[in-house]
Write a protein that binds this ligand. Structure first.
Ligand SMILES: Cc1cc2nc3c(=O)[nH]c(=O)nc-3n(C[C@H](O)[C@H](O)[C@H](O)COP(=O)(O)OP(=O)(O)OC[C@H]3O[C@@H](n4cnc5c(N)ncnc54)[C@H](O)[C@@H]3O)c2cc1C
Length: 401
């Protein structure tokens, strides 16, 4: 295993860091004041144009589709760099859920779907969303869905209720997970179907208030309904009944990207914490960092971030060299461990900032509100732990259903 940075990636990473520092991070203040992503979009569009001109656009995507053609491990490093700001990934067009949608459209889409949906998404001309989770059913058991897509002539007619459809507000289309084959085996029941915005019967009910913020545009999570929503069968992504399999394909690399993004956030919090510890005087001439309990925060956080990064790079390496199936334990473990390292880093940084940490004068409170979800989405911690523990115990002769 060699986790050193490929030489030819170094200049790109430096250029990315420069753009995040000088063009993206300054926009955070505007977000704190205006509380609207939409208000930020003109400024972000300028940054996106700069990113494109610098040849740093959609780094995770193959060069012949307009990306940088980075490997998973290389993109992991990029994801850390961009993760330092909540808008970093968006500025470089590798933000969730669009990045996952780009990947599955390129992998499973028909030529017509690639032309109509993948191409403008890759160009950053449109946004998209992914609607799988339902309020009435446990997201932790994605084989149990109520949303149905009934075949009717050349069409599917979709009925269902979804929520936490991130970025649905303003998205040009949704990829919807719906049951098409209710009598098949649980993992073969659902399909993924593209539903363009504006299709009659596809309604955004509301942007859900999350931790006190409804959000808007890209930075929102919607409740949506499909009522008698008719789309042509040609909008089916991949095979009928392959929805779960496609979702799995999307989640493997997605968890690596998310975990490295979290490490980027944790590094930013660490940096803020250390800066504060070194400068804030608790008594004349006595900065906070002279206190051993604060030193404990510094050392523990450093160790946790470093450990998390090595675990993620190892999982990415295993995925690249042995495939997603062989790497599934590592992928589950990084999802849990990196989210915990992130939560600790944010919490300790806030603690060291005292009351200032609770305000929106620093980015810490934003991270605290928004990143609590890291322990829930892409598989709740408990589900991942349980999967790994069962697999380990099986090797000791204990089979658990
Ligand atoms: C910010 C955010 C963005 C999201 N974006 C999207 C999106 O774009 N598209 C989309 O489709 N979904 C999205 N989701 C939904 C997310 O995928 C689900 O919340 C997640 O799968 C968990 O499902 P649930 O909320 O229904 O919780 P449940 O499945 O009801 O689980 C609740 C809790 O029960 C516990 N639990 C569950 N199963 C087990 C188990 N086997 N053993 C022990 N404990 C268990 C866990 O603690 C879990 O947190 C998003 C969620 C959040 C918070």
């Amino acid at each position: 295993m060699d986790f050193s940075l490929p030489k030819d990636l170094e200049p790109s990473l430096r250029a990315m860091r420069d753009i995040v520092d000088h063009d993206v991070i300054p926009l955070e203040r505007e977000m704190a004041e205006k509380k609207s992503f939409r208000a930020l979009e003109p400024a972000l569009a300028k940054v996106r144009a700069k990113v494109k001109a610098a040849g740093l656009w959609t780094p995770q995507i193959a060069k012949d589709h307009g990306g940088m053609g980075l490997t998973l491990m290389e993109h992991a490093r990029v994801s850390e760099e961009l993760g330092r700001s909540p808008f970093g990934h968006y500025a470089f067009n590798c933000q969730a859920p669009d990045a996952g949608n780009m990947e599955i459209l390129l992998q499973f889409g028909s030529p017509a779907q690639k032309e109509k949906y993948a191409k403008p998404l890759l160009a950053g001309d449109i946004r998209s969303c992914f609607a799988m989770t339902e309020p009435e059913r446990p997201g932790s058991n994605p084989t149990w869905l109520d949303t149905r897509a009934r075949a009717d002539g050349d069409d599917y007619v979709i009925d269902g209720h979804k929520w936490f459809t991130s970025s649905a507000d303003g998205a040009a289309f949704a990829i919807v997970m719906a049951v098409t084959n209710p009598d098949a085996a649980p993992h073969m029941r659902a399909s993924q179907i593209i539903v363009p915005a504006g299709t009659p019967g596809f309604t955004i009910v509301r942007n859900i208030s999350v931790m006190g913020e409804e959000g808007d545009s890209y930075a929102s999570h919607a409740e949506v309904r499909f009522e008698n929503c008719r789309v042509p069968k040609s909008n089916l992504l991949g095979e009928e009944g392959a929805g779960f399999l496609i979702a799995q394909e999307r989640l493997g690399p997605g968890r690596i990207h998310h975990s490295m993004r979290w490490i980027g956030i944790a590094e930013r919090c660490f940096d803020l914490m250390c800066t504060r510890a070194a400068k804030r005087e608790i008594a004349p001439g006595k900065p906070l960092g002279t206190k051993q309990m604060v030193q404990d925060f510094v050392a523990e956080t450093r160790a946790e971030i470093d450990a998390a990064r090595l675990m993620v790079l190892h999982a990415a390496w295993k995925m690249e060299t042995q495939g997603a199936y062989e790497a599934r334990e590592q992928i589950s473990l990084i999802k849990v461990f990196a989210a915990k390292a992130l939560a600790n880093a944010i919490d300790r940084a806030i603690q060291v900032h005292g009351a200032l940490g609770m305000t929106d004068d620093t980015i810490l409170a934003y991270f605290y509100r928004h990143e609590r979800a890291s322990r829930i989405y892409d598989g709740a911690d408990e589900v991942h732990k349980s999967v790994v523990a069962k697999r380990i115990l099986k090797r000791y002769g204990l089979a658990i259903e």
